[in-house]
Design a binder for this molecule. Structure first.
Ligand code: NAI
Ligand code: MG
Length: 477
């Protein structure tokens, strides 16, 4: 069995201890990961600092861009292998895993092209002065990423940080680190100087916590649970450094009687079953206007009944969830729905012959869910859709905004005025009108408000977050 090492200063190192990583489709251990320690994190930060004052820090922006573009090309060249790795490690159906590989390559291409296009300003000021701003990297950036979209989240965060000239220490999730390790190997092959990207695998409370509190880190980027996000922000506060937090949501889709329901239907279903519902921006609440509630829900139910879950390699509608804990979490929510007598409108099926050690859950449509019930308030992170009947636009808005979260929202209506009224009043970082997710949208700034976090990744805006300005005022008389 492959035992993976740590990447520190361009060298792969053996760890004293390892941890297993499983394939959630059948529960088998597929590799062992280095269990990085606080001491390993410390050496990784030192290696990143050395890269900044060495070869990496000296590269002109366009050379950084070239290297990122080459990494993107290598990811595409190795897309079959990366697809297999991601499908086995996370349990993603093959088509979804491939889409993630391609998105990861797109981030490296996008930020490769952008690396030399972020500019400072010259500022009109007093006579006798010339004032300008320089765009500078933060320095060492820490990246703690989750297991649900390892490749995409690595791409959006590490590629943007590298484009701006930061040196990264990456802590992938213990449940799914294999694709990050492979991208790191490709980065070295592409000519990324030693120490520009360091990878310390291991446990969250160990390697992750050590990275979050390390005084040599100048910026932290975290995607994961609200609970851990708050710990990251607290750790960052003690070192007075900026953080970008992306903490998931309970994102609503608002469907009105005048909508193109044929167009809405596949988006409504896909938004909550993609990646078995383990998506930060999953459309997990379906708000439907009273006049069409029963007829539209009947159509959604029919789709849910046709959904099939099975091993990632069978490439069905959904694979397993990532681990036993995640399965228990989803089952807890489903048990609560039953206990409280919420109507189960439809369930999909788990293939009859799935391996007994796999972590499968049944896609489930529930409704009408009271807006204050945990099924309508809390992130399930599974293929569970909570439908809520709403009276009109105003009621829909109130329910949509009525959770602690604010990541994304979808609006389905043909009424142009309503489209923009709602887009402006919804509390969310992204609003989709007559679509959901904008096909991944590498170019589109992404992030939340309220408990969904703060700061923006993706798009050009991420480059501003991964850099800072220095104002230079020259008095020349
Ligand atoms: P988590 O927040 O514990 O894990 C995310 C990352 O944080 C992993 O790399 C983990 O190793 C690291 N981590 C964990 N504890 C840490 C600590 N004390 N200090 C520093 N790093 C730490 O999420 P988990 O437990 O895997 O999933 C629990 C729930 O969180 C999910 O059911 C879901 O609701 C939410 N979640 C949201 C995600 C999103 O995309 N926004 C992604 C993953 C989980
Ligand atoms: Mg795994």
């Amino acid at each position: 069995m492959t035992e993976h090492g740590l990447l520190i200063g361009g060298e792969w190192e053996h760890a004293a201890e390892t941890i297993p990583t499983i394939d959630p489709s059948d529960g088998t251990v597929i590799a062992r990961l280095a269990r990085g320690t606080a001491a390993d994190v410390d050496r990784a930060v030192t290696a990143a600092e050395a890269a900044l004052s060495g070869a990496w820090g000296a590269l002109p922006a366009f050379e950084r861009g070239r290297i990122l573009t080459r990494i993107g090309a290598l990811i595409l060249e190795h897309q079959d292998a990366l697809t297999r790795i991601e499908a086995a490690d996370v349990g993603k159906p093959l088509r979804q895993a491939r889409a993630d590989v391609i998105a990861c390559a797109r981030y490296f291409e996008f930020y490769g092209g952008a690396a030399d296009k972020v500019m400072g300003d010259t500022i009109p000021f007093l006579d006798g002065y010339t004032v300008l701003t320089l765009r500078e990297p933060h320095g060492v950036t820490g990246h703690i990423i989750p297991w649900n979209y390892p490749l995409q989240i690595l791409g959006r965060s590490v590629a943007a940080a590298l484009a701006m000239g930061n040196a990264c220490v990456l802590k992938p999730a213990e449940d799914a680190s294999l694709s990050a390790l492979m991208v790191a190997r490709l980065a070295i092959e592409a000519g990324l100087p030693p120490g520009a990207l360091n990878v310390v695998t291991g446990l969250g409370e160990e390697a992750g916590a050590a990275l979050a509190r390390h005084p040599g880190v100048n910026h932290l980027s975290f995607t994961g649970s609200v609970e851990v996000g708050r710990l990251i922000q607290a750790a960052a506060a003690l070192n007075t450094i900026p953080v970008t937090l992306e903490l998931g949501g309970k994102s609503p889709q608002l469907v009105f009687a005048d909508a193109d329901l044929d167009a809405a239907l596949p988006f409504v279903v896909n938004a909550v079953i993609q990646n078995a519902g383990q998506t930060c921006s999953a459309g997990s609440r379906l708000l439907v206007e009273d006049a069409i509630y029963d007829t539209f829900l009947a159509r959604v139910a029919e789709r849910f009944r046709a959904l099939r879950a099975g091993p990632a390699s069978r490439d069905l509608d959904l694979g397993p969830v990532v681990n036993a804990g995640q399965r228990e979490r989803v089952e807890r929510f489903l048990a609560l729905a039953r206990k409280d007598g919420l109507p189960i409108l439809a369930e999909g099926t788990i293939e009859a012959d799935v391996p007994s050690e796999g972590h499968y859950v049944r896609p489930t449509l529930i409704g009408d869910v009271p807006p204050d019930h945990p099924l309508a308030q809390e992130e399930v992170f599974g293929p569970v859709l909570s439908a809520i009947r709403v009276r009109d636009e105003e009621h829909a808005l109130e329910v949509a905004n009525g959770t602690p979260y604010g990541l994304v929202a979808g609006i389905w209506t043909r009424d142009g005025g309503r489209q923009f009224r709602l887009a402006r009043r919804l509390k969310a970082g992204q609003v989709f009108i007559n679509n959901y997710g904008a096909a991944g949208g590498v170019e589109l700034p992404f992030g939340g408000v309220k408990a969904s976090g703060h700061g923006r990744e993706k798009g050009f805006e991420a480059l501003l977050g991964f850099s800072t300005t220095k104002t230079v005022a020259l008095r020349h008389g």
